[in-house]
Design a protein. Structure first.
Length: 355
């Protein structure tokens, strides 16, 4: 009788374990998670044949209990005459880590071991292919709410500086400028096409512009020209550009220019999207601008068409991402420099022109 009771108890326990495992498997197979809709948009510059192409990177995640799928898609922004970009308009890889929480430790161990082996062997090939296609790109951790996780790795090679197709006359680029600083008769002109919401533009402002200012602009060797190039996926880029020009009406363009970038630096790296037009108006007050005059200019969109004119001009000159620069002598044509390059790249170009 005792043996029968023990046998019955073990049977019930066994059937219970089987039922739990089957139920867990059914739940795992039938559950369809919704992907995390948070996306990160960044601009990636790929240098090839002295040209640049802007890409949009979209990062999406799906979570299923302890499983997480990560997908990163790269797609060209806008149209391109490059056949390779048309044929391969996206680069994608996925990484999946599976750790199923079930009652069976054996099943979990087998699944985890298999996942590690398969993911490890498959990922190396995919990352290698991605590195080949997108050279010079570094994916790094994010420290801000935007979710943006990519930045351009600076390159100091001379190939970053090359004559542009249909290179523009440098003096002609002075027309329609948002602002200039430096000796108006300087031998060298440096023109920046920039987006106030672009993290790379902010990186260049923080890391390279200050040294250029002290070493060349303030000494009268270089005239620096700022032009607007608000990218469509940066909704605040246009308002920022208009605000700086409105501040310029009261003689404080560069104060507002610097204020915009400095305020964004407080939120860390990446694209900062939580600032509003009300913040801009508050900055105008902090800078000592006449609030009524500034708000009237800003709210009316007085400089909307002027900002877009800069964008159209840059597009015609082959600008496809920010920051992009043209540098040359005041009586010559410009060479294009693409990306948030370090000070040394600009020093090399300027010194060569001054010889």
């Amino acid at each position: 009788m005792v043996k029968m009771n023990l046998f019955s108890a073990y049977s019930y326990i066994g059937f219970g374990i089987i039922a739990i495992v089957l139920l867990s498997g059914f739940v795992l197979l039938s559950y369809q998670p919704k992907p995390n809709e948070e996306e990160a948009l960044v601009t990636l510059h790929i240098e090839e044949d002295n040209s640049a192409q802007t890409f949009t990177a979209t990062l999406s995640r799906e979570k299923l209990f302890s499983e997480e799928r990560v997908t990163l898609n790269f797609s060209p922004v806008g149209s391109s005459s490059d056949d390779k970009l048309k044929e391969n308009n996206s680069i994608q890889f996925a990484v999946s880590k599976q750790m199923l929480l079930s009652a069976s430790v054996i099943f979990s161990a087998l699944l985890v071991s298999g996942a590690i082996f398969l993911v490890g062997s498959d990922l190396s090939g995919k990352v290698s292919g991605l590195a080949t296609a997108v050279g010079g790109i570094e994916i790094s951790g994010n420290t801000n709410p935007s979710g943006q996780t990519a930045r351009t790795a600076p390159q100091e090679s001379p190939e970053q500086i090359a004559p542009s197709p249909g290179a523009p006359e440098m003096k002609a680029l002075l027309e329609g400028a948002a602002a200039t600083v430096g000796n108006q008769n300087a031998e060298i002109i440096l023109v920046e096409y920039s987006d106030y919401q672009c993290p790379f533009c902010r990186t260049w402002f923080s890391s390279s512009k200050g040294q250029l200012q002290s070493e060349y602009i303030d000494k009268g060797n270089v005239l620096f020209v700022y032009k607007d190039f608000p990218l469509s996926f940066h909704p605040m880029a246009q308002p920022y550009a208009e605000a700086a020009r409105c501040a310029g009406d009261q003689g404080k363009y560069w104060e507002m220019h610097d204020k915009i970038f400095e305020e964004k630096n407080k939120y860390g790296q990446g694209t900062i999207s939580n600032l509003t037009k009300d913040d801009i108006k508050a900055w105008a007050t902090e800078l000592g601008l006449n609030a009524a005059e500034f708000n009237s200019c800003f709210d009316s969109g007085k400089y909307s068409s002027a900002v877009q004119a800069n964008f159209s001009e840059g597009s015609q000159l082959g600008v496809s991402g920010t920051p992009s620069f043209f540098i040359g002598t005041s009586n010559g044509t410009g060479q294009k420099i693409v990306g948030a390059q370090p000070y040394s790249v600009f020093k090399q170009a300027i010194d060569a022109l001054l010889q």
